[in-house]
Design a protein around this ligand. Structure first.
Ligand SMILES: [Zn+2]
Length: 336
């Protein structure tokens, strides 16, 4: 049912993925920085994911035109076929297995959980990788309906025949392969290259991800929220005092370098951006040393260099970073 929905010129096909259900595979070479696909939600439910029940899906379904109702029915049938008859509310299960957050919120631990989930027939066919070659950035501008479309962008060149994969869960950047395998709420075992026993960078990859989790704890004084249910737990409430902002900025930047080395470009620019935000907050005070400002310029250049490798829609804040660097540079000049 899914292949018939692909617009002409779509650079991928949907077919069985070894060891998984369906997957999305490139049918031509896709260059880096490409926009691969764009899809509007079939419908949206304005409820927190965990609270969506049969009455919500029912109400949304009744508002659809007959074509969309038929598509959703086919999806429920597809999921029922894949999953067997084990779900009491197959419509809810089908919705939850095929939804993305469409509220347009940036990923931010301090933001309240956004309440808008959209159903996507094609985008939901993509499988997960812990070292993805594509991304659905969360910063897409909202459309006329007020909701974010699913926009799939290439993170690097994707060869013909290669499966197109994105990261389902931000927590994976902070977990070793063994920990990722033990995530209790996952319904599958990841078979991506980074989770393969023969991954040549296994030891380095595990060290980098463990370091990122440790640095997250030192920076925020709490575990990565999505990791906090896992064993072994990281201490939840730090007892030591908060380090000075320059130190935290340094840890953010180190996290950026580690994420870049791990091949997680989106996460890397997030960390460099966070480091720069801290440097802005201290730049007006005596805490800003010439050395700190020079470091901030280096981090800004790093942010811009990684951004250059990505589709412009994947990155927010390029203009702001360019302005900041000009400010930092002028302050350095003023101080010397
Ligand atoms: Zn994996």
């Amino acid at each position: 049912m899914f292949t018939a929905l692909l617009p002409p010129g779509t650079p991928f096909e949907i077919r069985a993925s070894p060891g998984r259900r369906l997957g999305v595979f490139a049918t031509k070479d896709i260059p880096a920085k490409s926009c691969i696909f764009r899809e509007e939600a079939l419908f949206v439910i304005k409820r927190p994911f965990n609270m969506i029940g049969p009455e919500d899906v029912d109400a949304a379904y009744r508002q659809l035109d007959s074509r969309k109702q038929a598509l959703f029915k086919s999806l429920v049938e597809y999921e029922r076929h894949q999953e067997g008859q084990k779900h009491f509310f197959p419509q809810v299960e089908a919705f939850k297995r095929n939804q993305f957050d469409v509220s347009g919120q940036m990923h931010d631990y301090d933001q309240p959980i956004p309440h808008a989930q959209g159903l996507f027939l094609i985008s939901s066919r993509l499988n997960h990788s812990c070292i993805p070659n594509a991304v659905f950035p969360r910063i897409q501008p909202k459309t006329g309906h007020g909701y974010r479309p699913a926009v799939l962008l290439a993170l690097r060149p994707i060869a013909i025949g290669e499966e197109i994969l994105f990261d389902y869960d931000p927590a994976h950047a902070y977990l070793t392969a063994k920990q990722r395998r033990a995530v209790p709420y996952w319904k599958f075992t990841c078979t991506c290259a980074a989770c393969d026993d023969n991954y040549p960078q296994r030891v380095e990859s595990d060290m980098r991800r463990a370091l990122l989790r440790g640095l997250h704890y030192l920076i925020h004084r709490r575990d990565v929220p999505e990791c906090s249910r896992l064993k072994p737990p990281v201490l939840q409430n730090a007892t030591s005092g908060r380090p000075d902002p320059n130190t935290i900025a340094m840890w953010q930047a180190i996290s950026g370098y580690i994420a870049e080395a791990e091949g997680l470009a989106m996460l890397a620019i997030y960390f460099f951006y966070e480091a720069l935000k801290i440097m802005i907050s201290v730049s007006g005070s005596t805490a800003a040393s010439n050395r700190g400002l020079k470091l901030a310029v280096v981090w800004g250049e790093k942010f811009l260099a990684i951004s250059e490798t990505l589709h412009p829609d994947a990155v927010e804040g390029v203009g702001a970073v360019e302005q900041l660097m000009a400010v930092f540079k002028s302050m350095i000049d003023g101080k010397t």
